[in-house]
Design a binder for this molecule. Structure first.
Ligand code: MN
Length: 219
């Protein structure tokens, strides 16, 4: 059912911020495993709860992300997903988060900074880009154990906020939209950075895809 998406760039495209070997393992193995585990968990759901499975399939016909967002709203009532709830939620979150993450990155450029609407909103809600970067890095560093730092927006007021989230939680479970995210699971940086998560977070600014953030913000 769900498929591992192809990257829009080569494994080496994000160097030196993220090395090619990390990208290969992260995409092919880690993300690939989330997809495989999600599909096997949904096979069980298909037998146990055919009506709910049919509803997920309807969203899936629209888009993979629509189906994942529908599933992740059950984070607030996991029992409705039955015995396999944790497996479904963890792996649906892993699949959605990584599908977004690859698009939130692009080849490094000098003076990479937001422009357009997202730049104005960052100035409005954080004072300036440097303050925003400091707060985002603090969220990335402060997340204890595995998780993500996210720049999110409130879909009605379009106010920006930075949050840290554990494991594979996605802001959609709280009705918020992710615009930019940094994976701070050790698998995302350990080969190159070992324990230096802060350096990884700093180098993220050279590869943050502000065009995609603007697309998500406008949608
Ligand atoms: Mn990851």
């Amino acid at each position: 059912m769900f498929k591992l998406p192809k990257l829009d760039y080569d494994f080496a495209a994000l160097e030196p911020a993220i090395d090619a070997e990390t990208m290969r393992i992260h995409h092919d193995l880690h993300h690939g495993t989330y997809v495989a585990n999600l599909n096997s968990a949904l096979e069980i759901l298909k037998n146990d709860q055919p009506k709910l499975f049919a509803e997920i399939s309807d969203y899936f016909a629209r888009s993979e992300n629509a189906a994942l967002e529908f599933i992740l709203k059950f984070q607030n009532s996991p029992d409705d997903l039955g015995e396999n709830a944790a497996k479904i939620l963890n792996n649906a979150g892993g699949h959605l988060n990584h599908s977004l993450f690859w698009k939130m990155l692009r080849a490094p450029r000098e003076n990479n900074a937001p422009d357009g609407e997202i730049a104005s909103a960052i100035a409005r809600d954080f004072g300036n880009f440097a303050n925003f970067c400091d707060q985002f890095e603090a969220a990335a560093l402060g997340q204890f154990g595995s998780g993500w730092a996210w720049l999110i927006s409130d879909p009605t007021q379009r106010k920006l906020e930075i949050i840290a989230a554990k494991n594979q939680e996605n802001p959609i479970s709280q009705g918020k939209k992710a615009l930019l995210g940094l994976d701070v699971w050790e698998h995302a940086y350990y080969l190159k950075y070992q324990n230096r998560r802060g350096e990884y977070a700093k180098n993220f600014w050279s590869i943050a895809n502000w065009d995609f953030a603007n697309e998500l913000f406008a949608a």
